[in-house]
Design a protein around this ligand. Structure first.
Ligand code: DX5
Ligand code: ZN
Length: 219
């Protein structure tokens, strides 16, 4: 049987140079990046504020890679459709930010956009179980949402193995994404553990050669 293990990288635009945003987007366009990860923070769900629709518009205008939107906001139900209309390829929000994720997933799906559910490192990974068949992607945070450049939390690895096993056992197509502190050292281990997509912010943008770093993350 032909087995294709896709290693996908989603550089986080949060770590880009916002004074040269078009240049950085075009750099990603010319790289082997599979998606552009878009970190939206509201200063309430997380103790930081990043950016919103004006930046999303710029990304949509210049990016040729799909936009993987990660909402770190309360009341995502108020904004998911607007992110879909703004050109998102996928829209994800935090399970712990909502009472019932299902109606919000429906709002996204009805826009023809892929769905993603995510959890912070202190949320029991088993809480994702009922939703694995309901979403296109699950995102395991390997740092606490809020800031780029944090250290990878090692215990994430067991969670990656667990979720991967669940997805395999149930023969689902759900993608498994990992976000936070990903670098050239832990990327191969994460792919080996079953991750499909790795987000990388600082590892890409603070390197001397971001295009080559993206290539190396996929090796
Ligand atoms: C953290 C964000 C991450 C972050 C990744 O709240 O969700 O996407 O920007 O950046 P690095 O790879 O630097 O940890
Ligand atoms: Zn993120």
């Amino acid at each position: 049987m032909y087995f294709c293990n896709m290693k996908r990288i989603a550089p986080s635009i949060l770590s880009a140079d916002f004074g040269n945003l078009q240049r950085d987007i075009e750099m990603l366009n010319s790289s082997q990046a599979d998606y552009i990860h878009v970190d939206v923070m509201d200063g309430v769900f997380v103790p930081n504020i990043s950016f919103g629709f004006p930046v999303m518009e710029t990304l949509h205008r210049y990016a040729t890679k799909p936009l993987d939107v990660h909402l770190m906001i309360t009341h995502p139900e108020r904004y998911v459709e607007r992110f879909c209309d703004a050109g998102a390829w996928s829209v994800g929000f935090h399970l712990e930010a909502v009472d019932d994720p299902l109606p919000i997933l429906t709002l996204i799906r009805n826009k023809g956009v892929r769905t993603c559910l995510t959890i912070n490192p202190d949320i029991d990974v088993h809480r994702l179980d009922p939703y694995l068949s309901e979403v296109d992607m699950v995102l395991l945070m390997s740092v606490f949402a809020g800031f780029g450049g944090q250290k990878f939390i090692d215990s994430t690895l067991d969670k990656v193995r667990y979720v991967h096993e669940q997805i395999q056992k149930r023969q689902l197509m759900t993608l498994l994404e990992v976000d936070g502190g990903v670098n050239l050292q832990n990327a191969p281990v994460l792919f080996e553990a079953g991750a499909d997509v790795l987000v990388a912010g600082n590892a890409v943008f603070k390197s001397n050669d971001p295009i080559d770093t993206i290539r190396q993350l996929k090796v």
